[in-house]
Design a binder for this molecule. Structure first.
Ligand code: GLY
Length: 351
C-alpha cells in the first residue's frame, strides 16, 4: 500500500517496497527522454540493481556516481556533476534523480536547482536520514569553508519515492543516524511518537509519523521565517560539533552530532527555566541510552565556539530552538556563550 502526502508542491509517496511504485514510476517518467541518475558508490552498488528492476527499460538512464560521504557535499563535486550534465547535453526534456542518502539528495537538489536555472528533480531516498528529513522540504546545498550547508538554495523536488525496503541496506550506525532526527521530531512536535519510540514501535508507522511531523512544520513555514526553525532543535550545538569534527578529521555522523546537541540543548532549556527537570532527565536518559555518550567530552569548547558564532541562525547572540515540554518547542531562543558553556559543563559532569 502506498501512502501519500504533500510537502509544499512535492508529492511524497511512502511504501514498504520499491516494486509498489512501478506504475507511478512509469507514469511519472515516461515523458522524459533521459534520466540522469545521481548515486554514490554505495547506492550504485546496493540500490541501483533494485532501481533498474522497476524503472521502464525504454527510458535511458545516464548514471552519475560520486564518492560516498560528506566530502561529496562540496562545490567541487557539484561542478563535476554540472560538467557531466553539460557534456551529455542535458536539456529540459531530461531530469535528475537522486538515489541515495542525505549527501546525494542535498548535492543533487543543489545541482538541479542551478543547472540552466532549474532541471526537474526527483528523489529516491535510501537512508533513514534522507527519508525522514534530508530529502524532505526543499533544502539543498553543500558545505563550504568546512561549514555545514553554508551554500544552498530552496528547490522543491517534483516527487519523492520512499521505499522502506532500502533500509535493509544500512548498517546499524547509519540507521541510528536517521533515527536521531525521528527522536527530534518526537521531542519538538509529537509526544505520541516519543511514547512509541520508548516502546517497541513498528518501523513503518514510526516513519510515517515522523514524516508527518516534518510535512506539517514545513507546510506551515516553507522558507523558515518562523515555525520551521523548531526543526533546528539540537542543531546549533550539533552543527558546531560537526564543523569541529570536519576540521579535526573526526568521524562523526550528523545524527550522532545532533543526538549530543539535543542533550546539551535540553540542559540549556532547563537552565533557562523553559523545560522541567522531569522532561529534561527523560530526554537525556532516553537519548543517551539510544545513541551513547559520544565525543563531546573530548571537544575543546573554545575551539568549538568559533563554529557556534558562525551559525546561519544567529543575529546578535547564539540562536536555539528549545523544547518547553516533550512534544512542544519554541524557536528564536538566544543565549550567550557563557550560558552555553554552563550547559556544556553540566553535560560533561553528567557523562
Ligand atoms: N532539516 C531541517 C529542515 O529541513 O528545516
Amino acid at each position: 500500500m502506498i501512502s501519500k502526502l504533500n510537502i509544499d508542491s512535492t508529492a511524497v509517496l511512502i511504501s514498504k517496497s520499491l516494486s509498489d511504485f512501478e506504475q507511478e514510476i512509469n507514469s511519472t517518467f515516461n515523458s522524459f527522454s533521459r534520466v540522469f541518475l545521481l548515486m554514490d558508490a554505495n547506492t550504485h552498488l546496493h540500490c541501483f540493481p533494485e532501481f533498474q528492476k522497476v524503472f521502464p527499460s525504454n527510458i535511458k538512464i545516464e548514471p552519475i556516481v560520486i564518492p560516498a560521504g560528506e566530502q561529496s557535499k562540496s562545490l567541487n563535486q557539484a561542478e563535476k556533476i554540472w560538467q557531466q550534465l553539460f557534456e551529455a547535453n542535458a536539456t529540459k526534456r531530461d531530469c535528475l534523480i537522486a538515489l541515495g542518502g542525505g549527501v546525494v539528495s542535498d548535492v543533487g537538489g543543489f545541482v538541479a536547482a542551478l543547472y540552466k536555472r532549474g532541471m526537474k528533480y526527483f528523489v529516491f531516498p535510501t537512508s533513514l536520514m534522507a527519508m525522514t528529513d534530508a530529502a524532505l522540504g526543499g533544502k539543498t546545498g553543500v558545505d563550504f569553508l568546512q561549514i555545514k550547508n553554508s551554500i544552498g538554495v530552496f528547490y522543491a523536488s517534483e516527487k519523492i519515492f520512499i521505499a522502506t525496503d532500502f533500509l535493509k541496506t544500512l548498517s546499524e550506525r547509519e540507521y541510528n543516524n536517521g533515527l536521531a532526527e525521528i527522536y527530534k521530531h518526537a521531542i519538538i512536535y509529537d509526544r505520541s511518537l516519543w511514547d512509541d519510540l520508548k516502546s517497541d514501535v513498528n518501523e513503518f508507522q514510526m516513519l510515517q509519523k515522523s514524516i508527518a511531523v516534518k510535512a506539517s512544520v514545513v507546510n506551515n513555514d516553507y522558507y523558515e521565517k518562523g515555525e520551521r526553525k523548531i526543526l533546528n532543535f539540537g542543531h546549533t550545538i550539533g552543527h558546531a560539533l560537526e564543523s569541529y569534527a570536519l576540521t579535526n578529521n573526526i568521524d562523526l555522523l550528523h545524527g550522532e552530532a545532533i543526538a549530543t546537541g539535543m542533550i546539551v540543548e535540553a540542559e540549556l532549556a532547563f537552565n533557562a527555566g523553559l523545560l522541567s527537570q522531569e522532561d529534561k532527565s527523560e530526554i537525556m536518559n532516553v537519548l543517551s541510552n539510544k545513541f551513547g555518550k559520544p565525543m563531546f567530552a573530548k571537544v575543546d569548547f573554545n575551539l568549538m565556539t568559533e563554529f557556534l558564532l558562525q551559525d546561519k541562525k544567529n543575529t546578535h547572540q547564539i540562536c536555539f530552538s528549545l523544547p518547553t515540554e516533550i512534544g512542544k518547542c519554541e524557536f528564536n531562543q538566544f543565549f550567550s556563550l557563557e550560558d552555553i558553556k554552563k550547559a556544556a559543563s553540566s553535560y560533561i559532569e553528567w557523562l
